[in-house]
Design a binder for this molecule. Structure first.
Ligand SMILES: [Zn+2]
Length: 427
């Protein structure tokens, strides 16, 4: 029997509407009553959490772990270490691997490999279409049986609305939410940055906001038609926020997530042609940033995630047009959101921030996680909300370094990450 008590922390457990200073007990990997510790003969480990927030283990539902196929960018092991260092006890990985996670044997490989090497919980998603090609549906029933938590073609987007409709109907039958990377290929073309002032000035092909909004609208129509959940990944445009807000008010099962770069930066940052500012969807205008902040404040956008997208240095160190999209995010996202949403703009309080990283993704993906209820798995994140620190990419646990936030001074971060009662990372 192993037992730990986290003493004197501010326990924020939105699932149980709890926010108070108290001791949290863990016995044999589960959250326990304090009385269960009392008769304890073996040693009880004590963690002093004075001045810290004790939160349910955070969940990042949008992560690229790159295995199988691209282990020079990241491995499941290194990605899980980066997650632990960022305060995440559960991460949901995207299916754009090689081979693509569009079949049960690749899902089994990911799960086995994660069980052997990852120190946090790794939950795979399955592809919607075979090889993410958008032409033929993957076997969604077999993916559900193999244990995926959702289906998505992230990195790609199904253009054929009828095919997407059938995917949503199958997903409803097997009880899986559908996640979508919203990008209309015809409108976006070869766009690499937000279409607007900076794309014109710099002569870079534009990726118009309408290319996202058109697919968000399609997803609203299909969520309504099929009466099933569709979640819009990495929402970047003001119009998308308006569409989702109006649809949610009508009770449609549509949701949206926000990545930190889409509120920390605007497309003005691309003027130095640094490829660490190239992501998909792209950095947008200040008007879009303001709309996303309002969407977070009024609960239109309910989930926070990183879109952690590691790439090797040699891949990013090419001309802007040719570089791959995406940045690493696991080790900076909590601090960026704390600093921007809570400290700087005051859009939400820290309780809501924790809820957006725990209760909300757990509800959408029907996970047995995100709570400190007695008997729940003892996944816990200790956060120092005011700790000032400087991002140093050479200190990252991730195998990649493609972050635009090197040198940024931030306030707040995770200081200890506990999975099933075991500390897997500590500052
Ligand atoms: Zn994506």
């Amino acid at each position: 029997m192993s037992a730990t008590v986290i003493r004197n922390g501010r326990v924020i457990d939105p699932a149980n509407k709890r926010d108070e200073v108290l001791d949290l007990a863990m016995v044999d990997g589960k959250i326990a009553e304090k009385s269960q510790i009392k008769g304890q003969k073996s040693e009880v480990e004590t963690v002093d959490a004075k001045g810290l927030i004790v939160a349910p283990g955070l969940i990042d539902m949008h992560v690229h772990l790159r295995e199988p196929g691209f282990s020079h960018k990241e491995t499941i092991e290194s990605g899980a270490r980066a997650a632990a260092a960022g305060g995440f006890t559960t991460i949901v990985c995207m299916p754009n691997t090689s081979p693509a996670a569009d079949n049960p044997s690749t899902i089994a490989w990911i799960k086995d490999h994660a069980a052997e090497t990852a120190r946090v919980n790794v939950l795979p998603t399955g592809a919607i279409s075979k090889n993410l090609a958008g032409e033929e549906l993957a076997s969604i029933g077999s993916l559900a049986e193999a244990g995926v938590v959702a289906i998505t073609d992230d990195g790609h987007c199904i253009q054929n609305h009828e095919l997407m409709r059938r995917a949503v109907e199958y997903a409803r039958m097997v009880g899986l939410p559908v996640l979508d990377h919203c990008q209309d290929y015809n409108l976006v073309g070869n766009g690499v940055v937000n279409e607007g002032y900076w794309s014109t000035l710099l002569g870079l092909p534009g990726w118009p906001a309408a290319g996202e909004e058109a697919i968000v609208m399609r997803n609203i129509l299909l969520a309504n038609l099929c009466d099933h959940s569709i979640h819009c990944q990495h929402v970047s445009a003001a119009g998308s926020v308006r569409l989702i807000r109006e649809a949610r008010a009508r009770g449609i099962k549509i949701s949206g997530e926000v990545c930190p770069h889409h509120i920390a930066l605007t497309d003005e940052a691309i003027q130095n042609f640094d490829t660490n500012y190239k992501m998909n969807p792209p950095l947008r205008s200040q008007l879009d940033v303001d709309a996303i902040l309002e969407g977070i404040a009024d609960r239109t956008l309910s989930i926070l995630a990183s879109d952690h997208a590691p790439h090797a240095g040699f891949e990013k160190e090419v001309e802007f047009d040719a570089a791959p999209f995406g940045i690493v995010g696991l080790e900076t996202e909590l601090a960026l959101f704390l600093d921007l949403l809570v400290h700087k703009h005051g859009k939400i309080d820290i309780v809501r921030l924790i809820e957006m990283y725990t209760v909300e993704p757990a509800k959408l993906l029907k996970l047995d996680a995100g709570t400190l209820s007695v008997g729940a798995k003892a996944d816990v994140t200790l956060i120092d909300p005011g700790l000032e620190w400087t991002v140093k990419i050479d200190k990252f646990e991730s195998a990649s370094r493609n972050s635009p936030f090197d040198g940024w001074k931030l306030r707040g971060r995770a200081v200890r990450t506990i999975v099933a009662g075991e500390t897997v990372w500590q500052l």
